[in-house]
Design a binder for this molecule. Structure first.
Ligand code: SIN
Length: 292
């Protein structure tokens, strides 16, 4: 297995490994370390069945079944389908997943370690792939915060709400998202998360506060909270934190959901098919020990 870092804000390519085969303990440890160090790992040219894909994801932690997930592979609710494709005029996947900067599962008491996507169909126009996934490095964002902001926010929490992103997507013209039901809302009530947290693999601090879900800083006057959140969200936008993944069919892409925020670029049309299988790996293991 060869790990080739991009040398940029995030990203490494991992070659010389077939994810259709079981992964050795030594390779698993290298992948986990690489996930902490590079944040976004691409395994290009893979041909994996849904069973292989699930086995790969499960090595890293339990797989989530999303509270609002209507689209998944048959019999496998943990393998979500993200797609703009239709069958008999009906959508076969969540078509607008992740189109806005966010961190998956920050709205949940139990947070996620990583997302894993398998690119089955990638839209392209004039020979250029479309539908990039973009990232920002939250280790770098934390390190680069002014000391005064670090001091003001030390030990603080922010409230994150699943409904914030959902309702923002629903408000977009043409959205097919139904309103969240009372039951879905009850299963994902707003939660407080530390604004700075220790990354479970690297042991370093990250900024854990994303525009998709963070609503307010707890215990702070509304205006001050809004001003600070605005500052944190703008701070993340610095080019030195940015990375974009341009997809190719067969890519398995794994990204760190504690140390990055991400955004799915919606630059393709309804007649330009995109189909991704997605796993959400929950942070259910002792990663510091496993990576040591
Ligand atoms: C997501 O936010 O999980 C989806 C990312 C993508 O489809 O590019």
């Amino acid at each position: 297995m060869r790990i080739e870092p991009s040398g940029k804000a995030l990203g490494a390519k991992i070659e010389g490994i077939d994810l259709a085969d079981p992964v050795s303990d030594a390779d698993f440890k290298h992948m986990l370390r690489a996930l902490g160090e590079h944040g976004v790992l691409c395994f290009p040219g893979q041909r994996v069945t849904t069973d292989d894909f699930v086995r790969f994801g499960r090595m890293f932690g339990e797989l989530e079944i999303n509270v609002a997930n209507q689209f998944h592979e048959p019999g496998l609710p943990e393998v979500m389908v993200l797609s703009n494709m239709t069958a008999d005029g009906k959508p076969i996947g969540l078509g607008d997943a992740g189109q806005g900067w966010h961190t998956d599962m920050s709205y949940s008491k139990d947070i996620a370690l990583a997302n894993v996507l398998y690119a089955v169909k990638v839209p392209a126009r004039d020979g250029r792939p479309l539908g990039d996934t973009q990232f920002r490095n939250m280790h770098a964002a934390y390190e680069d915060l002014p000391a005064e902001i670090k001091a003001r926010l030390e030990g603080r929490t922010a409230t994150h709400d699943f409904a914030k992103f959902w309702d923002m997507m629903r408000a977009r013209p043409g959205s097919r998202r139904a309103p969240l039901t009372r039951e879905q809302r009850a299963r994902k009530p707003p939660v407080s998360q530390p604004i700075f947290r220790i990354h479970p693999i690297t042991g370093r601090r990250v900024l854990y506060c994303n525009p998709g879900y963070a609503m307010r800083i707890d215990g702070m006057p509304e205006a001050e909270s809004a001003e600070l959140l605005d500052f944190l969200f703008r701070h993340q936008e610095q080019p030195k934190c940015f990375h974009a993944h341009q997809w190719a069919e067969g890519d398995v892409l794994m990204w760190d959901n504690v140390g990055t925020v991400h955004n799915a670029v919606a630059d393709y049309r309804a007649d330009e098919p995109r189909y991704m299988r997605r796993l959400q790996v929950m942070a259910t293991k002792d990663y510091a020990r496993l990576a040591a």
